[in-house]
Design a protein. Structure first.
Length: 299
């Protein structure tokens, strides 16, 4: 195996380049800015970016953000979100806000998210894939004349068909008014709706206000039933009001060791299981001491 050796300071240079690329994106046209140009770019763009960030999501009719768009998320036009116009000196007052593609000769007027079926594009009702349609308004099919526009019956993880969803572009104030997370102000380009690692998950798996939401207290405190996961049935202790004693036999008749499985308040899962394990060890040692040595048999 070939071993790579970096010169002193090389790792820091790589970190600086990654930060440069995340801030500048593709605004340098493929040619790195000089240090002077880079500083001038940051002075001009960063205040605008911090003040006028746009949040982009793919929203279901129930109001859940099934997909939060990031810089690398593909548009219907097959270009990424970072290749669209994402920085505005003044946010347009008209709604919806249009985020046009900046790639030359691309007819895309505004970013439009289209989901994938695994790693493959989804199909239209005309049986052709999404990338076989034009990104011009109406999304007509390039492979047949019957299709009046892209329309997919693909079902999202939320249970709703794709055609009932819409790509939403909104400001920080509009998103905050709905109680959805907005994260911290960051200087990076085309962050879209990403506010943290949980933003990478689909809406039905995201437990914040932009997704399915956190489980209710009634659900968390409900007793463990036979329909629950075997792990919960083996170590049931979802609330402080439930107490179960497990019996560990040492092979002898009538001898057993009881272990408390009541979960104490304000105790995380790892501490709970560690306490349970230590209790079991103490009980086992006590049982062995109480049993004592077996007397030798007289021949």
């Amino acid at each position: 195996m070939e071993r790579l050796t970096l010169q002193p300071g090389a790792a820091a240079a790589i970190d600086e380049y990654l930060e440069y690329r995340r801030i500048v994106g593709e605004d340098d046209g493929g040619k790195l800015f000089t240090p002077e140009e880079y500083e001038e770019y940051k002075k001009k763009v960063l205040p605008i970016r911090l003040q006028n960030r746009l949040y982009v999501s793919w929203r279901s009719p129930t109001g859940m953000d099934c997909k939060l768009v990031g810089p690398e998320t593909l548009c219907f036009c097959t270009h990424r979100y970072k290749q669209h116009k994402t920085d505005f000196e003044v946010i347009p007052k008209e709604r919806p806000i249009y985020v046009p593609c900046r790639v030359g000769r691309c007819p895309c007027r505004s970013y439009h998210f289209v989901p994938l079926n695994g790693t493959q594009p989804i199909r239209c009702r005309c049986k052709h894939f999404a990338d076989q349609h034009s990104s011009a308004p109406g999304f007509p099919c390039n492979s047949c004349s019957k299709c009046s526009g892209f329309h997919s019956c693909f079902t999202c993880g939320c249970g709703q068909p794709a055609y009932t969803h819409e790509t939403v572009v909104e400001t920080k104030e509009e998103r905050s008014a709905q109680g959805k997370p907005v994260g911290r102000d960051v200087p990076f380009a085309a962050m879209g709706g990403l506010t943290g690692f949980s933003s990478l998950a689909e809406g039905y798996m995201r437990l914040d206000d932009s997704g399915i939401g956190s489980p209710s207290a009634q659900f968390l405190e409900s007793p463990v039933t036979s329909a629950d996961h075997p792990f919960l049935k083996a170590f049931q202790g979802p609330s402080g009001s439930i107490q179960t004693n497990f019996q560990l036999t040492d092979g002898g008749a009538g001898s057993a060791v009881q272990v408390s499985s009541s979960k104490r308040s304000e105790e995380d899962d790892m501490a709970y299981f560690e306490r349970q394990y230590q209790e079991r060890l103490k009980k086992e040692k006590a049982a062995k001491k109480g049993k004592g040595p077996v007397p030798p048999k007289n021949s």
